[in-house]
Design a protein around this ligand. Structure first.
Ligand code: 2P0
Length: 335
C-alpha cells in the first residue's frame, strides 16, 4: 500500500464551484450492496483506491436514506435512525469530515439525517449505502449535477464499497490507474436477473473484532498468500461477468463462493490471523455443501464478518426457507 501524495480535499475541490449555492432541503437514497468479487486491499489509503476491481449486486430498496437541511442553531446536527448523535461520536465525525470536503470552510451549518432500513440483525455493512446516499444528497443540496462517475469516485473516498452503491443491479468497480483515482469508479452492468435471490443468514450480530480497513492493511502487510489475490480476483471478475451475461447460475454461484473463500484464505494467513468465521458460520457452509450434493443450486458468499449470504434462484426458495428458518430473503431486481 502506498500513501497518496494527493489528498481527497484537492480532488473534490476540482469539481465544485468556488461558492456553493444551497437549496432548502435534499433527500437521497442509496442501496446496500454485496460483492460477488470482493474488494480486499488498498493501493492508496487516502483515496480508498483498490488493489483489484470488484463486482457487486445492489440490494434494491434496502439501504440508506439521507436528508440534508439547514441548521438554524449555527451548529451542525447529525442524526442516525431518528436519534440525535453527539458531534464527538465516530459516525458524526466521519459525516462532518466528509461534508467539510464540500463546504471547504464556508459557514453552512447543516442537519444531516440518515436512516438505514437494512435489517440490523443481518450483519450488513451500512457504510457503503451511507456514504453513497450522503454524496447523492450533497449533490442535490448544492445543485452540483455531478456525473455518476464523479459521484461514485466521491462515495469511494468515504468508503471503498460505497462507490458501487451509487447504482442498482449488478455493478462493477474498476480499480483504475490514475493517481487522483478519478478512473477508479463503478458502473452499472446492463444485465438484469429477476429470479435471483439473496438469503441473509445471521450467525452473530456482535461487532467484528477487526474492521475492514485495518483487516485489509494487516493482510497486505503480513499474508504470504496475498500476492496471489489480485490475479485471482481479476480472473474471477471475467468469469462472473460472462456467467451473468449467459445467466449461468451454477457458474456465477461457484465463482462467487470461490472468490469469498480465497479472500478469507488470505485473511487467515495474515498475522495475527484474521478469522472472521465462527463455528456456526462453518456449520452453515457445510449445510450449503450438503444441499448442493443433494441437488439444490445454492452457493454462499461472506464478507469481513461471520454472517453468510446465500445465492439462489426463486425456484429453490421453498426448500431453502425450510432448511434455514430465520433466513431473510432479498430480491435484488424487484423494481
Ligand atoms: C467488499 N468488503 O467488496 C469487501 C468484501 C468487505 C469484504 O468492501 O476501508 O467498508 O471503507 O474502503 O468499503 C468492506 O470495506 O472499506 C468491503 P473502506 P469498506 O464488499
Amino acid at each position: 500500500m502506498s500513501n497518496s501524495s494527493i489528498d481527497k480535499a484537492s480532488v473534490v475541490n476540482r469539481y465544485l464551484p468556488s461558492r456553493l449555492v444551497s437549496r432548502e432541503y435534499a433527500d437521497a437514497f442509496a442501496p446496500s450492496n454485496i460483492a460477488l468479487c470482493k474488494y480486499w486491499g488498498k493501493r492508496d489509503a487516502e483515496l480508498n483506491l483498490p488493489v483489484n476491481s470488484s463486482l457487486s449486486i445492489s440490494l434494491a430498496h434496502l439501504g440508506s436514506h439521507t436528508n440534508i437541511s439547514h441548521s438554524e442553531t449555527g451548529l451542525d446536527k447529525v442524526r442516525l435512525n431518528n436519534k440525535d448523535l453527539s458531534l464527538d461520536s465516530n459516525f458524526s465525525r466521519k459525516v462532518i469530515a466528509f461534508v467539510d470536503l464540500f463546504r471547504r470552510g464556508q459557514k453552512i451549518p447543516l442537519i444531516v439525517d440518515t436512516r438505514n432500513n437494512i435489517p440490523t440483525a443481518a450483519g450488513l455493512a451500512s457504510s457503503a449505502s451511507g456514504f453513497a446516499a450522503l454524496v447523492l444528497a450533497l449533490d442535490d443540496f448544492f445543485s452540483l449535477k455531478l456525473e455518476n462517475s464523479v459521484l461514485s469516485a466521491f462515495a469511494r473516498m468515504g468508503s471503498g464499497s460505497a462507490s458501487r452503491s451509487i447504482y442498482s443491479g449488478f455493478v462493477r468497480w474498476d480499480m483504475g490507474s490514475q493517481s487522483d483515482g478519478m478512473d477508479s469508479v463503478a458502473s452499472q452492468l446492463d444485465n438484469r436477473w429477476p429470479n435471483l435471490r439473496i438469503g441473509l443468514i445471521k450467525v452473530s450480530s456482535v461487532q467484528k473484532p477487526v474492521d475492514s480497513r485495518s483487516g485489509m492493511n494487516r493482510t497486505i502487510e503480513t499474508s504470504k498468500l496475498y500476492p496471489s489475490w489480485p490475479e485471482q480476483a481479476g480472473s474471477d471478475l471475467i468469469t462472473l461477468e460472462q456467467a451473468i451475461a449467459d445467466r449461468d447460475f451454477a457458474r456465477m454461484g461457484a465463482c462467487a463462493e470461490k472468490n469469498a473463500m480465497s479472500m478469507h484464505a488470505t485473511m487467515m494467513s495474515a498475522w495475527p490471523p484474521l478469522v472472521y468465521w465462527l463455528p456456526e458460520s462453518l456449520a452453515v457452509m457445510h449445510k450449503v455443501w450438503q444441499l448442493r450434493e443433494a441437488g439444490v443450486a445454492v452457493y454462499f458468499t461472506m464478507d469481513a464478518g461471520p454472517n453468510l449470504k446465500l445465492l439462489f434462484e426463486a425456484c429453490s426458495l421453498s426448500v431453502l426457507e425450510t432448511e434455514f428458518v430465520s433466513m431473510e430473503v432479498i430480491q435484488p431486481f424487484s423494481d
